[in-house]
Design a protein around this ligand. Structure first.
Ligand SMILES: *Cc1c(COP(=O)(O)O)cnc(C)c1O
Length: 384
């Protein structure tokens, strides 16, 4: 029996039954009291997860929509923008800013490595005239499974007036993020990663400093206009018809997250990361990310010599109905990525690791079967 799919992508992630049920409720008026209750409660819960008292808007859009919203609201055409990139999503943020007319200076780092805080701090410190208006940075780079130390970077440049704009689409609720305490001005996130709902909603959090910048921005925006969003939110609405069912699912997912507790959620993501890394290493495979900046959301594994990473994925899908992510750009067919964020538990990962051992064995990789699995079991034994 092939059974249900094990969806181990870094988004979309598995959707709990409770959320599915909440999403299948009858439709309600998006300008009525039921929706008002849902959006008001969801917005408050999301603020807790961001650790912010500032503004949060929920858009009917994928994460990229909220990235575009951040750019069109808080960056004016002609503004100088420093765009830090450690992979595909960092490149995407830079590209969006370019398309809307910013003067983008890219600060790329090799794929698989985190951004060097000292290099960024030094670059920003050179800008004594305050020409840089915004810094774009990815919190967790999903394409490589590496996260940036945004807390340290922001702390190092705290006197510079540039807006600090963070893509936290795959990190929020999987990796600690404290918007107000760390002084993050704008933080984008999305629902189909750690928030356990289907794709289609994204979040834009911004503080007063960013809001003032938006008020001076001469370039118009329609769908993404945060002013309209804030006015509607006061009435418990959105400016245009929202994805009502997804909001109902989000509300339920946030209740589940509250029941579990944010600290516990973050801890189990760290545990998954350490368990998967331990096991994969024991199998003799190499990991793309170093330990110190390895993502708690997704682990990138380098395919062994002579075995293409995509063959491993194909075998896993065809024989076990397990979905892993591939590599992108220069890492295509070089790595495969095991998503372990959102509605995932240790037993699911044991299944994935066991299937991976069988797969490697069948593809001719010399492996003492059980070696990685034992490590994973030992890990679980230590943390439960
Ligand atoms: C998934 C993701 C996005 C947004 O992607 P969408 O496909 O538009 O939802 C942006 N940034 C990061 C880091 C992501 O992981």
């Amino acid at each position: 029996m092939i059974g249900e799919q094990y969806l181990h992508l870094p988004g979309p992630t598995p959707v709990p039954e409770r959320v599915v049920r909440a999403m299948s409720k009858p439709m309600v008026n998006h300008r009525g009291p039921e929706f008002k209750r849902v959006i008001t409660r969801a917005t408050e819960e999301i603020k807790q997860i961001y650790h912010t008292q500032e503004h949060v808007l929920i858009y009917t859009a994928s994460g990229t929509g909220a990235m575009e919203a951040a750019v069109v609201n808080f960056i004016s055409p002609g503004d100088k923008v420093l765009a830090v990139s450690i992979g595909v999503f960092g490149d995407r943020f830079a590209r969006i800013a370019e398309i809307f007319g910013a003067q983008v200076e890219k600060m790329p780092f090799p794929m698989g490595e985190p951004a060097d805080p000292e290099a960024i701090i030094a670059r920003v410190k050179e800008d004594i005239d305050g020409e840089i208006k915004a810094i774009l940075i990815t919190h967790n780079e999903t394409s490589t499974g590496v996260y940036n130390d945004i807390k340290k970077i922001k702390a190092g440049i705290k006197d510079h007036p540039a807006l600090f704009i963070v893509d936290a689409v795959s990190s929020l609720a999987a990796l600690d993020l404290r918007m107000d305490e760390w002084g993050l001005d704008v933080v984008v996130s999305g629902a189909q990663k750690a928030f356990m709902i289907p794709p289609g909603l994204s979040f834009l959090a911004f503080n007063e400093k960013a809001y003032k910048v938006q008020q001076e921005n001469p370039s118009p925006s329609f769908y993404w206009d945060v002013d309209k969003g804030l006015k509607s939110l006061e009435k418990g609405q959105t400016p245009y018809t929202p994805a009502v069912s997804l909001f109902q699912g989000l509300d339920e997912a946030l209740q589940m997250m509250k029941e579990e507790g944010l600290e516990n959620i973050l801890q189990r993501h760290k545990d998954y990361r350490d368990m998967v890394r331990d096991a994969v290493r024991a199998m003799g495979l190499r990991l793309l990310a170093r330990d110190d900046n390895a993502s708690p959301a997704v682990t990138a594994v380098i395919g062994p010599d002579g075995i293409e990473a995509d063959r491993i994925r194909k075998f896993m899908l065809e024989n076990f109905n397990i979905v892993l992510a591939g590599g992108q750009q220069s890492l295509a067919n070089v790595i495969f990525r095991i998503g372990h964020l959102g509605y995932v538990r240790q037993l699911d990962l044991l299944g994935v690791l066991a299937a991976l051992e069988i797969t490697l064995d069948r593809l001719g990789y010399p492996l003492e079967k059980g070696i990685g699995l034992t490590r994973a079991q030992d890990y679980i034994n230590r943390v439960i």
